[in-house]
Design a protein around this ligand. Structure first.
Ligand code: HEM
Length: 405
């Protein structure tokens, strides 16, 4: 075994500039189920190979989500009093919760939304096109998921943007000068959800908020807190994932001008495979954690009951055991069975189709309308070990004209 490089997957600095692919490559080859120490916790297993990531994600009977999906925290259960949020529930409870919203995310439902999503993409690009410069993250990429989830929940676009800002505060590293900021943001989100809950309980409408406010699981109505948690999850899950895919994906394209030109030559046939390659390349969700409910084996490694097990999607997506020339950015890659939306278990991304539709529509507008698009400064990377992407990406282009009044 060659010498272990410094592996610190809990150090946000290791993710500044993208995911630590050299470390991942070493781990996949030499220690694919790696025991990782943790200063404030019991430590965890870092799973880095494609097949192992898929196997863990698909085995919810052994690997539970109910103890938390992020690394911090003990292997201990969240507790009976913890609010119920689908992403931290196991089957069969998870199944009933997920069924409540599945119809809104089915292929037909997403297909019906595509014209509206395309219109939003036009509006977003209209917002910057006359200026000839913008921040591709905050002025373009971040607006799409906020607007789309606002449409689905039946709230104003501006509120969707404000709620998304709250999720950013919730995820930010604790600021010693304002240690309660995260909790305040959660309370603000729940306060907003409270208003929507009261309104839809009294006056049902044709939106997802109404569906959830009147939903029952196993004959039991959802509580107001359950409703608030749904709100938080829906605003949160599609937000920085989609934003980072668009902005960080555009950064990758601008760094590979030959690939960009190739796609633009025939956008209709090349856009969708390009988005799949961006998903593999960027892997906006770095990891999801599970906790072993019983002793298990991953590859040759024995896992004890209660151990935390972490699936590194960005590593699985560069595993040469699953992809030819995985470190080559290739917009024509086929097949491209990446795990950017998860490995296919019960928690597989609910919004995968919706996210794809948002990103395809927005990138189509950006690539066809922002003429001569180029980087106008260095990208500012998100300091996070959980979500990968850029926080700011200054770009320039030839000013153009709006397509709507
Ligand atoms: C395009 C970028 C996106 C990426 C890369 C992404 C990625 C992921 C990943 C990796 C998971 C966890 C999968 C697992 O544990 O097996 C997940 C779960 C989830 N995603 Fe996405 N996502 C994206 C967009 C969206 C959108 C637009 C929505 C819509 C609101 C959404 C809603 C969800 C929800 C609700 C879950 C939890 C599902 C469950 O627990 O059953 N995602 N996503």
């Amino acid at each position: 075994m060659s010498t272990l490089p410094r592996v610190d997957l809990l150090d946000a600095a290791a993710f500044d500039g993208g995911q630590p692919h050299e470390t991942f490559a070493w781990l996949r080859d030499h220690d694919p189920v790696h025991w990782h120490d943790e200063a404030d916790g019991p430590g965890f297993w870092a799973v880095t190979r494609y097949d192992d990531v898929k196997a863990v994600g698909r085995d919810a009977e052994t690997f539970s989500s109910a103890y938390g999906i992020m690394i911090p925290g003990s292997g201990g259960q969240l507790g009976g009093g913890a609010p119920r949020m689908m992403i931290t529930m196991d089957p069969p409870d998870h199944t009933g919760f997920r069924q409540l919203v599945v119809p809104e995310f089915l292929p037909n439902a997403v297909r019906e939304m595509v014209p509206q999503i395309s219109e939003l993409a036009t509006q977003i690009v209209d917002g910057v096109i006359e200026r000839g410069e913008c921040d591709l993250v905050t002025d373009v990429a971040g607006l799409m998921p906020s607007y789309v989830i606002a449409e689905m929940l039946g709230i104003p676009h501006a509120d969707g943007v404000a709620l998304y800002d709250l999720t950013e505060t919730i995820h930010s590293t604790r600021d010693p000068d304002d240690p309660d900021a995260g909790m305040r943001a959660v309370m603000e989100m729940l306060q907003y959800a409270h208003g929507v809950w009261e309104d839809r309980r009294a006056t049902p409408r044709d939106d997802l908020s109404t569906t959830l406010a009147h939903a029952t699981v196993d004959g039991e109505p959802l509580s107001e807190l359950d409703f608030g948690m749904w709100f938080l999850l829906l605003v949160d899950a599609g937000g920085d994932t989609t934003r980072n895919l668009v902005a960080t994906g555009m950064h990758a394209l601008l760094e590979h001008p030959d690939q960009l030109a190739f796609v633009c030559d025939d956008l209709d046939s090349r856009l969708n495979p390009m988005v799949e390659e961006l998903l593999r390349w960027v892997s906006p969700v770095v990891y999801m954690r599970r906790t072993a409910l019983r002793p298990a084996k991953i590859g040759d490694t024995h896992i004890a009951e209660g151990d935390k097990v972490v699936m590194y999607y960005g590593s699985a997506n560069r595993d040469p055991r699953a992809f030819d020339a995985p470190d080559v950015f290739d917009v024509t890659r086929r097949p491209n069975d990446h795990v950017a939306f998860g490995g296919g278990g019960p928690h597989f991304c609910l919004g995968a189709r919706l996210g794809r539709a948002e990103v395809q529509a927005l990138l189509r507008e950006v690539l066809t309308r922002l003429d001569g698009l180029r980087l106008a400064g260095e990208p500012d990377w998100l300091a996070s070990t959980f979500i990968s992407g850029v926080r700011h990406l200054p770009v320039e282009f030839r000013p153009g004209t709006r397509s709507t009044g």
